[in-house]
Design a protein around this ligand. Structure first.
Ligand code: NAP
Length: 439
């Protein structure tokens, strides 16, 4: 990159985020050039269907079908990857790093599944690989964890990192909507994909948790070691009972350090309504950190959307350009995981069954004398103590019976739920939902 020449970008993908990047590069060209000391221009793009009509036209750009072809061009100085998915994105990023080209990606799937390999390559080659937009969209969280809090020790993190499910739960809470109706509303507004399974199942949040927890705890927290549950089975009634208990339902990504092992899960959880995360509404995201020195911190804002995400992508581009210009070597704070020169070991994980929490469990039982005692007896036999019970719908059959337990290992509460389900008086049991106090 000669210093009087503009930086020429190759961009893989020209969809929601890619088009917003192109728009922002034009609109804010002056600020971007002033703040980096270099003009930055979009030069080549890869898309699947070049002829497709788009709100932002591809005019003036070299358009390719092959991502690798863009990477290989000698006139591409820096690569932006906003295609999504594991492949061909990971291979293209790898090749760019091999060629010594800085890479900026918004792709949580690539960072969760291939992060160790790609960041290792970036570190060895001394080339930045930056991914602020991959977690929390526009919400700055990667850089604060890696840089601002570098001297601190993160003890726990709780995140609302999936805007679609947060929108659904907000609709269920505010309007008393059923899950399906809330999902349809999210799709109508463009917040949910036609196939919403990655959001609803918790997989999208799990990818983000894997990346964030790895950075927070300085060791690799593999995606396939997370306990991942989705919103399936959560009903408007659960949202209503949670409200009666002074709690709000959220899809949480949770991780904490316990005796030098990592406990990490994604799932529906009940939070006290006064907790700042409980106030996060609609498609917004928020990440709550508990640290040794700084205490409690919350990072909040739009977790998705073209323009917000493009702002995070371009912030990374500008950072990479500044670093490259200064010829700084890439080190652990340069987008790599976590300690310079040290290869990354998988974390010792708390087995999911050993994870401790309070739990909410809703049953539908036949309204007969002795049902409460028979169910409570099963809890007792497994050493799970009950904090509160709500019995609803007297006169109806079946009636709702809601238990909230004291803190107990997941495995014990799962055994309770399995045995309770076998009782002849129990017509139905809902999913186990954790109750999270503070951190
Ligand atoms: N949208 C958001 O709010 C948001 C927020 C944070 C992070 N992200 C991440 O940003 C990335 C992009 O998201 P998006 O919403 O912009 O996706 P999108 O609208 O679906 O756009 C994807 C783009 O990539 C192109 N593409 C996909 N596979 C390709 C392939 N094999 N070869 C060439 N081009 C290919 C598509 O080409 P065609 O246009 O021809 O189909 C399209 O232009 C994803 O990793 C996503 O997770 C998105």
């Amino acid at each position: 990159m000669a210093s009087d020449q503009p930086i020429r970008l190759g961009m893989l993908g020209f969809g929601t985020v890619g088009q917003a990047v192109a728009r922002a590069l034009q609109r804010r060209a002056h600020e971007i050039a002033t703040r980096t000391g270099r003009a930055i221009v979009l030069h080549r793009v890869a898309v699947r269907e070049p002829a497709k009509p788009r709100p932002v036209a591809l005019d003036g750009l070299h358009v390719h079908r092959s991502p690798l072809e863009v990477v290989e061009q000698p006139d591409v100085d820096l690569l932006i990857e906003v295609m999504g998915g594991e492949e061909p994105a990971a291979s293209a990023i790898r090749r760019a790093l091999e060629l010594g080209k800085p890479v900026v990606t918004a792709n949580k799937v690539v960072m969760a599944r291939r992060g160790p390999e790609l960041l290792g390559m970036a570190r060895r080659r001394g080339v930045p690989l930056l991914f602020e937009a991959a977690v929390g969209g526009a919400v700055p969280i990667i850089r604060p964890v890696q840089e601002s809090l570098a001297s601190d020790r993160i003890l726990a993190l709780l995140g609302i990192v999936n805007g679609t499910t947060n929108f659904i739960l907000t609709e269920m809470t505010d309007a008393g909507a059923a899950f399906e109706a809330a999902l349809q509303e999210a799709q109508r507004r463009g917040y949910a994909e036609a196939d919403p399974s990655a959001d609803v199942s918790g997989l999208d949040a799990a990818c983000k948790l894997s990346v964030l927890a790895s950075l927070a705890f300085d060791r690799w927290v593999p995606l396939d070691r997370l306990d991942v549950r989705g919103l399936e089975g959560i009903t408007a009634r659960d949202v209503q009972y949670a409200g009666e208990l002074g709690l709000a339902v959220k899809l949480l990504a949770f991780s904490r350090l316990r005796d030098d092992a990592i406990e990490a899960w994604v799932g529906p959880a009940l939070l006290p309504r006064r907790h700042p995360l409980a106030q996060v509404r609609g498609v917004n995201n928020a990440i709550w950190l508990v640290t040794e020195a700084a205490g409690e911190l919350m990072f909040y804002g739009p977790g998705a959307g073209g323009d917000p995400t493009a702002a995070a992508v371009l912030g990374d581009v500008m950072d990479a350009v500044r670093r490259h210009a200064a010829r700084l070597p890439t080190d652990s704070r340069n987008g790599s995981w976590p300690v310079a020169g040290v290869e990354w070991e998988p974390a010792r994980m708390v087995e999911p069954g050993g994870a401790l929490a309070r739990f909410y469990l809703r049953l539908q039982v036949l309204d007969r004398p002795g049902v409460l005692a028979a169910t409570a007896d099963i809890f007792g036999r497994h050493g799970v103590s009950i904090e509160s019970v709500i019995q609803k719908g007297r006169g109806e059959d079946p009636v709702d019976l809601v238990f909230v337990t004291h803190e107990a290992p997941l495995a014990a509460v799962e055994r309770v739920a399995a045995q309770v389900r076998e009782l002849p008086v129990v017509a139905w049991t809902g999913p186990l939902v954790r109750v999270v106090g503070g951190a």
